[in-house]
Design a protein around this ligand. Structure first.
Ligand code: 5GP
Ligand code: ZN
Length: 118
């Protein structure tokens, strides 16, 4: 399968990895939109967060738990708190701007993120 993020998991495309478990990988976005912009993915290929939730909800939980660990590493949360905070974004489909069809959580933080998003 010609999937960029599967190739990163395989080690065929370089990535700045910040966190890894047996089932998840987290690496810095090549085009960061905030001081911290990390992509958190399952190593297994699933196209969207919706299909992941249906096909392997335990793995979706693992991805979110990995994102929390990255947030702590990046100083965006503490083990027992949510200060200063961060945002998880999962684009699904063209209207939302999904360009890579291997589910990924954008973990954004390090600045005032504003609401609503653009
Ligand atoms: P999407 O648009 O699908 O929600 O997010 C895809 C993300 O992947 C974008 O933020 C884009 O900057 C990032 N991206 C695309 N190609 C690469 C790459 O080769 N390396 C890394 N680290 N990020 C990438
Ligand atoms: Zn993939």
């Amino acid at each position: 399968m010609d999937c960029l993020f599967c190739r990163m998991v395989a080690g065929d495309v370089p990535a700045t990895v910040v966190h890894e478990t047996d089932r998840t990988l987290a690496f810095r976005d090549i085009n960061p939109q905030a001081p911290t912009h990390v992509l958190v993915i399952p190593k297994a290929h699933h196209p969207t967060v919706a299909t992941l939730a249906s096909d392997d909800p335990d793995l979706l939980g693992a991805v979110i738990r990995a994102a929390r660990q990255v947030a702590v590493q990046e100083g965006l949360a503490t083990e027992d708190g949510v200060e200063p905070g961060y945002r998880l974004v999962t684009n699904t489909g063209p209207a939302a701007g999904q360009t890579v069809h291997h589910v990924h959580l954008h973990l954004l933080g390090g600045r005032d993120l504003g609401w609503p998003p653009g």
